[in-house]
Ligand binder design. Sequence first.
Ligand code: R2B
Ligand code: URA
Length: 313
Amino acid sequence: RHYDDCLLADADTPDIAGGAAFVHAQAMKHALHDVLYHIGLDSRKHDFKAMFGDTKLVCMGGSSNRMKRLAEDLVAELGIRLPTGQGLVNVIPNTDRYVMYKAGPIVCVNHGMGIPSISILLHELAKLMSLAGATGVTFIRLGTCGGLGIEPGTICISTRALSCQLQPYFEQVFILGQPVQREAVFDPDLARELLQLASGLNIEAVSAVTLCTSDFYEEQGRTDGAICEFSMEQRNEFLQRAFEAGVRNIEMESLALAAITHRLGIRAACMAVTLLDRFKQDQVQLDHSLIAQFEGRMLRILAAFIRTQPVPV
Ligand code: R2B
Ligand code: URA
């Protein structure tokens, strides 16, 4: 049995597949004691059910300040009532790896940059939601990216993610010394819904295959890193090959997000705004006020999505 099967399995199923993972997962299922180290939560010290049991949506983005702003904006935009006297506070102050804000049934958390950072967070968030007894939770990443052949400011809504070898799976290198491949797909209905909401708001958005890399410079075919050992022609050929494989945007977390949520049966989406067209340039030259304006487009789509959901905020 895989660990996540154990995590998601009915607690009362007398499945005695054995093994250390199963024993560990059973201990967690009964919430005896679990430490979510990187988000600074401990089941002996925190009441996960009281804190997170009502969660319906987890919003993620790279930067801590941006996630705080997102939570503030959602509170204002949706008129969410916060516990009196408390306001919006970082609910994981015991760590400075990540920050997390909770507004009604919505959690906003930053995932840092790259696959290792988001994958650690996803393991701990999935366990947190399970231990809190939260049901029907959707995960949405709101990020930035480079575009391929599309105008800066366009929102890319991912259908699937590709590795930097243009393979449609996340290869965890390695689990117990063996390569493990997991399909990197997003929930198609959720992606379609977000696209329709964007269109209803007259926001430029496209359905995209997303190229996910572990490096911003060389793996994304940039010539402006500290090291560049390929020619302009090789760079262009790589970007063209990606485009022909359906890639419309490039970022650094979608592969792990798609693969881990798909494996755990969590409904998830990845929205990212393009900051530049990589066919034209490598450097991000937009100023921060324009980036903030572009990010506002994702907030509007997200708020529209939340308004369609059955649970009132
Ligand atoms: C988009 O932007 C970051 C790199 O600048 C990275 O987190 C990503 O996916
Ligand atoms: N984030 C990326 O990973 N790549 C870009 O080109 C822009 C933002």
